[in-house]
Design a protein around this ligand. Structure first.
Ligand code: 9YW
Length: 435
């Protein structure tokens, strides 16, 4: 089974690979290069074609802006199968935006630091890979500096996101409390995602109105960070996003050590890192939920919802041993019943849980990979093995879908696998799980 799954996974990646040296997440549905997808995709390539892995990252970093910003989508070419495209986002409004490549003016979770580290590990410390890291690492460092200098408005080592698309968890119920604080117009536009995927598995039109509205505000200020921090109706400290930044800090510090250079840079990261770990534990941890939560900087409160993002800080070594135990309790009690696959993207015991709808409940393989790494880090071997085996089982049973139903018995008797098929990060992370 293992060989045939890996073979199929490779086929998915090869079919989604583009001539420009990057990989799309899924044909039709997502026809461009997405930031955190590319990071996860590079991990899969690393196991069988290191050249492609390095090219994937280089093509993304080639779209970096003059201020260190790395965009969430790079529009290497036009495509009419996705909305909103480059003509809506208009990254060129920002004076330091890439002149070579059009993109969005949004970011996505900062995974590139730990992806570089992973490539080196998978390569068995190959000097060519270290040479590649030497060429690229400063760009990733500049990206972290961008975050700390522009998005840490309280100087607490925690950086904000100004849009739900920046979180990577687009329509999570988390944001439901924020939408009523704005009243966007009813925009007229043609959705494309709902022509590729059953609309009941995607966000609603009204949710999209909100998504577009926040970007319209950012565009009004030419994507100026300080203005966005002042005016965006959406401003959140996300535990997943910040955990990825912290885990990537660790990787960059380690890699600079291996390269025997960049001491000042490593020192800068160490200071921000210590502050960030402390910030996560004081500001984002909610004792009675036994979980890290999202902090809404507009209402100055924690958003009272537990999601798969709540467990990401394990991967960055953020919780103390005792706190990690509490997190595991929460994971087991709320997400880990015998009747469920780990790990639902949203609290299955909550009334807002929806097992079929995108980030409102289904299992995502990238989140399982992050949680798996975190469980391993703290020595929760049994639970880690369970997450890994269930990820493999879901794909083996249903193929390389974008997201999966966490219910072992689905009362509706439908497919249990949703969104796009032949989805790149499902394939690439499966290759990593099987290695
Ligand atoms: C969209 C590409 C992206 C992921 C996001 C996921 C989805 C795109 O697909 O967003 O148009 O809504 O939520 O995490 O990077 O796979």
């Amino acid at each position: 089974m293992k060989e045939s799954l890996v073979k199929q996974a490779i086929e998915v990646l090869e079919n989604n690979h583009q001539d420009g040296g990057f990989t799309i997440p899924a044909q039709g549905l997502y026809p461009f290069q997405w930031k955190w997808d590319s990071g996860f995709i590079a991990i899969g390539y690393a196991h069988y074609d290191m050249g492609k892995a390095m090219q994937e990252l280089a093509s993304l970093l080639n779209a970096q802006w003059g201020n260190g910003f790395i965009p969430h989508i790079v529009f290497h070419y036009d495509s009419d199968t996705y909305f909103p495209g480059p003509d809506f986002h208009r990254s060129q409004l920002h004076p330091l935006a890439s002149k070579k490549l059009r993109s969005t003016g949004l970011v996505q979770p900062p995974v590139l630091g730990f992806v570089l580290e992973k490539l080196y590990e998978v390569s068995n410390r190959n000097p060519t890979v270290l040479g590649f890291i030497d060429d690229q690492i400063d760009k990733v460092y500049e990206n972290h500096v961008y975050f700390y200098e522009n998005r840490d408005i309280n100087n607490e080592g925690l950086v904000y996101i100004y849009h739900n698309w920046e979180s990577g968890t687009d329509n999570s119920p988390m944001w439901d409390d924020i939408w009523p604080t704005m009243n966007p117009p009813e925009y007229e536009f043609e959705r494309k995602d709902t022509t590729h995927v059953d609309p009941s598995q995607r966000p609603t039109k009204r949710e999209y109105d909100h998504y577009l509205y926040i970007i319209e505000i950012a565009k009004q200020y030419n994507y100026d960070d300080a203005k966005i921090a002042q005016h965006s109706p959406f401003l959140v400290l996300d535990p997943l996003f910040n955990a990825m930044l912290l885990r990537s800090n660790e990787a960059l510090i380690k890699l600079y050590g291996l390269l025997k250079r960049g001491e000042g840079k490593a020192q800068y990261l160490k200071e921000k890192h210590a502050l960030g770990v402390q910030g996560m534990n004081t500001k984002l941890y909610h004792e009675s939920s036994g979980a890290y939560l999202h902090f809404d900087l507009r209402s100055n409160t924690l958003l009272p919802y537990i999601s798969s993002s709540s467990f990401a800080p394990l991967y960055a070594g953020v919780p103390s041993g005792e706190r990690a135990q509490q997190l595991i309790q929460t994971l087991k009690e709320k997400f880990g019943g015998e009747d469920k696959y780990l790990c639902a993207s949203f609290d299955p015991t909550h009334e807002k849980f929806n097992p079929k709808k995108y980030w409102r409940g289904p299992v995502w393989i990238n989140m399982n990979w992050i949680i798996y790494q975190g469980l391993k880090r703290y020595g929760f071997e049994d639970l880690a093995t369970r997450v890994k085996n269930e990820s493999i089982e879901l794909v083996a049973k249903h193929s390389f879908y974008e997201y999966f139903d966490c219910r072992k018995v689905n009362p509706d008797g439908d497919s249990n696998a949703y969104g796009g098929n032949n989805f790149s990060w499902t394939a690439s992370l499966l290759i990593d799980f099987l290695n």
